[in-house]
Design a protein around this ligand. Structure first.
Ligand code: SIN
Length: 193
């Protein structure tokens, strides 16, 4: 039975993860932060993090679904040996005022080390929705995830667009992500009419 609860991590992130005004911070994006860049940044480049896998296991009650019919969005799950590819943005600390609002449905800002293609690395921040948040939906088969995504929509648009734009961005970056591409393949077989 999916939980039908939203959560609000805005205050927690603002309180627990205070930054200095004017500080420049690296942010690692692995989901909609790859393709929906509605914030100013100083520099961006592709990056990867080690030990984490991208999974459509977080509920979306505020962007790609509703309280009564949540969608699914990605979070990161710890997995030894896994590498998750995404995009890193260098941003000013003030940008987190907006990002904490955008990512408020269960995501916590956590510290992470990201590696760049030139073999340099930086420690920065990433939004992760951990399994103990009330909007967490957890594991399901990739077909069931596709089915839920096919029918969900919310104030930010359809859940299908979230998945398809993420899959397209990963393809354009040359990234293989079996979980995402399997769900995409199933989505194309589901008739919602
Ligand atoms: C991210 O993109 O890094 C976090 C999850 C999301 O906003 O889709």
């Amino acid at each position: 039975m999916p939980k039908l609860m939203s959560v609000n991590t805005f205050e927690h992130n603002q309180r627990q993860c205070q930054l200095t005004e004017g500080e420049e911070v690296w942010l690692f994006g692995y989901g909609s932060l790859i393709y929906l860049v509605d914030f100013p940044y100083i520099e961006s480049k592709t990056a990867s993090i080690r030990g984490w896998s991208r999974r459509f296991w977080q509920g979306s009650h505020d962007h790609r679904g509703t309280e009564s019919s949540p969608g699914r969005v990605v979070t990161l799950i710890e997995e030894a040996g896994a590498i998750c590819h995404g995009v890193a943005y260098k941003v000013e600390a003030s940008v987190f005022e907006w990002l904490d609002v955008r990512e408020k449905n269960g995501y916590l800002r956590l510290s992470i080390t990201m590696a760049f293609e030139d073999e340099t690395s930086e420690t920065g921040l990433v939004y992760i929705a951990t399994s103990d948040n009330d909007a967490y939906l957890g594991e399901a088969s990739e077909y069931d995830i596709a089915y839920q995504i096919a029918t969900a929509k919310g104030p930010s648009g359809t859940n299908s667009d979230y998945l398809l734009e993420l899959a397209d961005s990963l393809r354009n970056m040359g990234v293989e992500d079996e979980h995402i591409f399997t769900i995409e393949k199933y989505l194309h077989t589901i008739d919602t009419n």
